[in-house]
Design a protein around this ligand. Structure first.
Ligand code: HEC
Ligand code: HEC
Length: 313
């Protein structure tokens, strides 16, 4: 009888483990919607459409062209506020509307209809995105938007309020493995310039916050939203990241002659490969450890039940 109980428990825990494993691996619908909003063709694994998005010709202030013009974010902003937010001026200005305001009263079905061109035939993404992707976008627009004005000062671009210690803790635990403690381990190319986490956080805090909450499509970067973080946790990380080096600090003055030998090369493919493997292992054992913990709890519970049943006899 005891053997039977343990068998059932074993089967149960294996089932639970696999459920946890799956949940930990695939991003939620909302997160997938947010990544589609960021760059839908990359998130859906499609080539970018040719030419400019037809609506693009309604404006002339933003001079970008091609693939960029098809991204939701290029017209509606990283803060979702279009002309009412960060893209209300500067090179990204288009005059296109805020979704924080305009999508709020709409139902999911109305948003999907809009993305199929029901109200504006030029705003039709159905030739490219399937029903499931359009639904994910609608889920994100209905339930994922936040008002960045409560977290980011639109003039100084600095974080409003915020808990630096919480930001540092979360950064060290979750981000430093890939981005390095100084945020410079991964270099991003953005419009022809090298960027680090510190420089993105200061130059474009809205983009930083969106990508911290939802990750970047096609990378192993975890989405804060799926880790159960609040928008405030994201804000705290942003606050901490704004203290990281931007790479634009004045270079140390090096004397001419003997002192100015070139620095030994750092990084290189071999060490990158190793850090990749190490990160992978860390992630694996993270999930694995969680499952083990669960298993342990279940076995303990089982033993308790068995001993209770025995006591009765
Ligand atoms: C080239 C610029 C552009 C792109 C790209 C773009 N939009 Fe829009 N969007 C607009 C404009 C302009 C409007 C308002 C006029 C209209 O409805 O067409 C609008 C309206 C909307 C509305 C409806 C708001 C209302 O008032 O009913 C939603 C929802 C929306 N967009 C979501 C998205 C999503 C999601 C994407 C990405 C898949 C996207 N948009 C891509 C320009 C753009
Ligand atoms: C598994 C490795 C990994 C982890 C962990 C990770 N990232 Fe990333 N992150 C990446 C990769 C890869 C990119 C994309 C690089 C690119 O676009 O070239 C990226 C991109 C970003 C960007 C976008 C920068 C831009 O140019 O817009 C931000 C912001 C960011 N990460 C913040 C974070 C934060 C904050 C954390 C911790 C919560 C984190 N990342 C954890 C791998 C990681």
């Amino acid at each position: 009888m005891k053997f039977f109980y343990s068998l059932v428990l074993c089967a149960l825990s294996v089932l639970l483990m696999s459920v946890i494993g799956v949940a930990a691996q695939s991003p939620s619908e909302l997160t997938q919607g947010a990544q589609l909003y960021d760059k839908w063709y990359a998130a859906a694994g499609l080539p970018a459409p040719e030419g400019n998005m037809p609506i693009w010709s309604r404006q002339s202030t933003n001079t970008r062209s091609g693939a960029e013009t098809w991204r939701c974010v290029e017209c509606h902003g990283w803060d979702y506020q279009g002309r009412e937010g960060a893209y209300g001026s500067g090179s990204h200005y288009t005059g296109f509307p805020s979704l924080l305001r305009q999508a709020d009263p709409l139902t999911r079905e109305q948003i999907i209809a809009h993305l199929k061109g029901a109200n504006d035939p030029q705003h039709d993404f159905s030739p490219y995105l399937d029903e499931a992707s359009l639904r994910k976008l609608a889920v994100f627009l209905k339930d994922g938007l936040i008002d960045d004005r409560q977290y980011i000062d639109s003039v100084s671009l600095q974080v409003i309020g915020g808990d630096l210690q919480n930001g540092e803790k979360l950064y060290t635990e979750t981000c430093a493995a890939c981005h390095g403690t100084d945020g410079k381990k991964i270099v991003f190319r953005s419009e022809g310039v090298d960027e680090y986490l510190g420089s993105v956080a200061r130059r474009d805090p809205w983009r930083f916050l969106h990508r911290t909450r939802f990750g970047v499509a096609g990378t192993a970067m975890p989405a804060g939203y799926d880790l159960g973080w609040t928008p405030e946790d994201g804000r705290d990380i942003l606050m901490y990241a704004q203290t990281l080096p931007t790479g634009r600090e004045a270079a140390p003055v090096t004397g001419a002659g003997a002192g100015s030998e070139p620095e030994p090369p750092r990084g290189g493919p071999a060490s990158n490969l190793w850090s990749g493997i190490l990160t992978g292992l860390a992630a694996f054992f993270g999930t694995f450890g969680l499952s083990l913990l669960f298993l342990g709890g279940l076995v303990l519970l089982g033993m308790l039940i068995v001993s209770l049943l025995r006591g009765r006899r």
